[in-house]
Design a protein around this ligand. Structure first.
Ligand code: 5GP
Length: 200
């Protein structure tokens, strides 16, 4: 029997490339799965229910909270987002590592509930680069852009509470760094009790 999987939390302000990094990670590493969150926001083009999110109504979401099916949740830009117990437990009980892609307050809540979880924060190469990326995303109004920039500042303030910091300057290097974090955590003795027991 192998040990249970490890819970990883990955956060980053918008514009830091976290989705791209995670997509590359999932292509490269089989032993890790994405723990699908629930949200009440509308699906974006190309998003599939049950794959990118479980898309719920507010009533359905609140029902899940009352049934203790949501490990943590937050309201972000007017919508609920939450970690589904089933998504996480499903992966960990199969011995897979689970990745939660959640914002900073959710990450702090997960840390309080699961002190063994490992938290990874993805940083932009510099504040100037991030601001430039957020300004050049397309058709947003100046107010919306300012809101995103302020949100990014607040989120960056949380970075020092995380276990690992990865700078996304070069995509391949950032994915390599994340693979290293997963690998190193996997080698910790705390996650290898079954291996140690086999030598008893
Ligand atoms: P988006 O609408 O762009 O997919 O996500 C908005 C924000 O919600 C992102 O920062 C994302 O990481 C965060 N988020 C997604 N799922 C969850 C969740 O289950 N819990 C929390 N706390 N945040 C989430």
């Amino acid at each position: 029997m192998s040990d249970k999987g490890i819970l990883f939390v990955v956060s980053a302000p918008a514009g830091c490339g976290k989705d791209t990094i995670l997509n590359e990670l999932f292509k490269r590493v089989d032993s890790v799965g994405y723990a699908v969150s629930a949200t009440t926001r509308a699906p974006r083009e190309g998003e599939v229910d049950g794959v990118h999110y479980c898309f719920l109504t507010r009533e359905q979401f609140e029902q899940k909270i009352s049934e203790n099916e949501v490990l943590e949740y937050t309201e972000y830009c007017g919508n609920y987002y939450g970690t589904l117990r089933k998504s996480v437990e499903g992966l960990l009980s199969q011995g897979k590592d689970a990745i939660l892609k959640i914002e900073v307050e959710g990450a702090m809540n997960i840390r309080n509930k699961f002190p063994e979880a490992r938290l990874v924060f993805i940083l932009p190469p510099s504040w100037e680069v991030l601001e430039h990326r957020l300004r050049n995303r397309g058709t947003e109004t100046e107010d919306k852009i300012r809101e995103r920039i302020a949100q990014a500042r607040t989120e960056l303030d949380f970075a020092r509470n995380y276990d690992y910091l990865i700078v996304n300057d070069d995509l391949e290097a950032a994915v390599d760094d994340l693979v290293c974090v997963l690998r190193a955590e996997k080698l910790r003795k705390e996650h290898n009790n079954a291996l140690l027991d086999s030598f008893k």
